[in-house]
Structures are given as C-alpha cells and as structure tokens.
Design a protein around this ligand. Structure first.
Ligand code: ACM
Length: 489
C-alpha cells in the first residue's frame, strides 16, 4: 500500500506495479541544468539501496524501466505542483516548475519500499512502486521550520541534514534564529566581536559557535538547491544580551553585561535612543542581506519586557525602514502588530491572537506558529524528559496534527494566512539526537497541514501513514519519538 506524507491532493492507484531495474535510467527530454540537478538528486537517492547505476540521460522518450522527468506547461500546478504517473512500463514526473519536479521526486522516493532509504545495498528486494496517477499542489505557499541556533549552536552538518529532512517533507522555508541572549551565531565583519565573544558560549555554559559568512553562504546554497529559502532572524530590541555583552556602546548605560547562560527571557534591550544602535542594525542587516538571496529578513521583536511600548514602536518603525532599504521584506513575531506596519510585512503568530489580528487588519500576511501546536521544544508527554512545558500543556503527536491554521486565530481571515511554521527553541536541546527526537514526528504533521488540502486529512488516516513513514525515518537513522498514539510498524 502506497502511503505518502504529506498526503497528495489527488491520488489514484491500481493493482499494477512498476519495477526499477538494473538497466533503468533517469531520463530528461531537454537539456535544462535545473532538471538535470533534480534528476541527479533522484538518482543519488535511489542508487545506494538498489545498487543500480541509474544514469541520467537526455533522450526524446523513455524506454521500459525508465523514470522520465519533464517540465511542461500544466494549468493549475503553479511552481510547486506536479503530476506523477506510474505505469508498468515507466514512471513520469511532470511539473510546470523545477520545484514541482523536485517534489515529484520526493513523492516517488516514498512510493518505493522503505528500504530505499537505506544507505547500504539491499540485495534481493524488488524495487516496485504501485501504479497510479497523482496530481498534487500545496495548500500554503509558506511551509516552514525555525531552528534556534542562539540558545545552542548547531554545526552546518546538522543544519544540512535537517534541510534534507525538510525537503523530504516538502517544506520550503528554513528560518534560522541566529541571535539571542545566550549567543550570536553569524560573523558580522563590521562588528566581529558579536560572533567572537557573543558566540563563545551557549545556554547552560555549553560550548558556543558561530557560522562564518562562508558557512552561511554554503547553508543557503545547499537549501536553495532543495527549493528551501533560508530566512535569517536577528532578534531585537530584546533577546540581545549576547550583542550587549560584546559592545558596551550598544547599552543604554554604556556598560557591557556579562555573557548569559540561563533561560530567562525579557531582560535585555538595545539602547533605543542611541544613534549607534541604528548604525549597528544597519550594518548587521546589510551584511546578512548581502548573503541572503531570499526576500525576507526577520527582526524578531518578541518579548521586549525591558523596552517601553513607546520605545518599542519607535525602534521597530526605524528598523522596518532599514530592512526595506536593504531590499528585504520584514518579518516580525506577532508583537510587531502593535506598531505601524508597512505594506508587505509578514507577521509570525505564536501566542497572542489579539495583536496578531491587529497585524492582519493592517494588511500583513500571517505565518501561523501557535505555540501549543507547532512549538517543538514543548514536551510530548510527562514521561518524556527532553524539552519544556511553559505553554502549560504537553504537545503529543495528535495535538500537533489535529488543528487547522484557517480557524485557529480569531480575527485573522483565512486569506491573510500565508502558511505554517514549526519552531524548535533549543534551551534544553543540544545534540543532533535531541533535535531529531523533538522535531520528528511532529514536523511531519506540520508539513501535512501546510501542504495537503484540509478535507484530505484526518487523524486516523494520518496515524496509519505515520506508522509506515516511521520505517522510512528509521532507515534514514532519524531518532524520532515513538509516540504511543501510533501503532508503529
Ligand atoms: C517566542 O516564542 N518568543 C517567539
């Protein structure tokens, strides 16, 4: 039984099968470099377990046993939609855009037996897929995940592994929370002490770290090849102790505080009335914008308990102009809804529906990240030890799946919702294994909410597909939480 996650918009299967063979080829009809990249990506995913050569060839039509990739006009598919047709002879992946072709390849991976994800050759298995027709388009344009590298630093290798797993679930945004009280994680050449000093430690006094600009460029390029936009966040004016500790002139009283390794929030603020603050913001936004092909710059703006409301408005409105001057669209956490937003601003809802609705009333598009549903730092259950429970509840797999962005924020109309983003805060998370345990399988549910039509999804179908999906995650070595709510295969 074929089981695809996120569930496609339309899929019909038959009793027949297609079988990949030692002489199968990945075929493209044109010479597009982007299609070649997707074809090569697919071949690279299918080679280790099958042991087949799977060469990528340009030829006018596929032969028996081949997989064909083509970009062709297709009304209604958009950039990200695709069609997949599997007959006993061939499999055809067709899309109007390269991203759609890439998602078709991700779907095809999930149609093979789960052993396809094994890194070692699996002799004696038949590499069959069930024949049928799929036509699939995403529901939301924004399907994201945030990783907090401020509270704990994660090296580029971990971020890249996560990017591959995001792409596998058709997620198209990676939001990196690059600074917080506990750490500054990206080199800013005009203010190097931010990373050198501000990045030197982490929560709990754990080792720090930061991305060089080359590391960051490399992450952005790796994500972009997988049709993922990296959104950088520099959180301000609060959550700034690491910056304040690095440069005394950014402090209201001119005195640099010590580095901070605890988990309190809301105690730090940039000096809102000093001009040097805006020079600092301008330099940081300018340098990061230059590394960022994506359209967005996230300024944080949350939990500014040490900034007066009047100062907050003054600060955000000035920073908004700086972001625009560097050619980016501003994103802020919902609190920025209290200020005057320029057209094009995006607002990320996490807790307060009233301020989120104020942002929507001003025309801002909303990214839905309600903490009780999408915050991956929240414990699953009272018997799981990792994570926190500051939301006042646990977030089991079912809680993270069984809700819908379109009716979760009163006062925000459906057409204002751009999409969904899950968020991993990392106060208590610091190894790759910790990260995977908190992220999976809850992220799979967020991916389905973001991609699949609302009417196409329900918990019973999802938990069965998740049970089968777990075998794939296990083959990839993902250390996911085996919730008792799911009868894992
Ligand atoms: C947040 O959770 N403070 C955005």
């Amino acid at each position: 039984m074929t089981s695809i996650l996120p569930i496609p918009a339309l899929a019909q299967f038959t009793a027949q099968t297609f079988t990949l063979r030692p002489d199968s080829k990945i075929v493209m009809t044109g010479d597009s470099a982007e299609v070649f990249w997707v074809a090569s990506f697919l071949a690279a995913r299918l080679r280790p377990a099958t042991g087949f050569e799977l060469p990528v060839r340009m030829q006018s039509r596929p032969e028996s046993g081949d997989v064909l990739l083509e970009v062709a006009e297709a009304p209604g598919l958009g950039e990200e939609g695709y069609e997949l047709s599997a007959t006993p002879e061939t499999v055809t992946l067709r899309a109007a855009g390269n991203a759609g072709l890439f998602y078709a390849a991700q779907t095809l991976r999930q149609m093979f037996p789960p052993e396809i994800e094994s890194g070692l050759e699996q002799p004696g298995l038949a590499w069959t897929v069930q024949c049928g027709q799929i036509r699939d388009v995403p529901r939301y344009a924004w399907r994201g995940m945030m990783l907090d590298v401020g509270r704990h630093f994660f090296p580029p290798s971990t971020v890249k592994r996560l990017i591959d797993l995001l792409a596998y679930h058709k997620i198209n945004v990676l939001h990196l929370h690059l600074s917080d009280d506990q750490g500054w994680r990206i080199m800013i050449e005009s203010w190097p002490w931010l990373a050198l000093h501000g990045g030197s430690t982490a929560t709990n006094g754990d080792p720090g770290g930061f991305y060089t600009q080359d590391d960051y460029r490399d992450i952005v390029a790796y994500a972009s090849q997988r049709y993922i936009t990296v959104v950088p966040e520099i959180d301000m004016p609060g959550h700034t102790n690491a910056a304040l500790a690095s440069y005394e002139e950014l402090n209201e009283n001119g005195v640099a505080p010590n580095l901070y390794t605890g988990i309190r929030v809301g105690f730090s603020s940039l000096a809102v009335h000093k001009e040097i603050t805006y020079q600092f913001v301008d330099d940081v936004v300018r340098e990061i914008a230059a590394l960022t092909p994506g359209s967005y710059f996230h300024i944080g703006g949350d939990e500014t308990l040490s900034t007066t409301e009047e100062d907050y408005k003054y600060f955000i409105e000035r920073v908004q102009a700086i972001v625009a001057r560097h050619g980016k669209r501003m994103i802020g956490w919902e609190e920025v809804g209290k200020t005057r937003l320029e057209p094009g601003a995006l607002v990320q809802h996490w807790w307060n529906k009233e301020v989120t609705a104020r942002a929507a009333t001003q025309g801002a598009k909303i990214i839905a990240s309600p903490a009780g549903r999408t915050y991956l730092d929240i414990k699953y259950h009272d018997h799981t030890t990792l994570g926190q429970n500051w939301t006042g509840a646990f977030t089991e797999v079912r809680d993270s799946y069984e809700w819908d962005p379109s009716d979760s924020i009163e006062g925000v109309p459906d057409e204002s919702i751009l999409g969904i983003e899950a968020a991993l805060w990392t106060e208590t998370i610091f190894t790759e294994g910790n990260l995977e345990f908190m992220v999976f399988p809850r992220l799979c549910g967020c991916a389905e909410i973001g991609w699949s039509p609302r009417e196409g999804r329900d918990w019973e179908s999802y938990r069965q597909r998740l049970a089968s999906h777990g075998k794939r995650l296990a083959k990839m070595g993902v250390q996911f939480y085996r919730s008792e709510q799911v009868d894992w295969d």
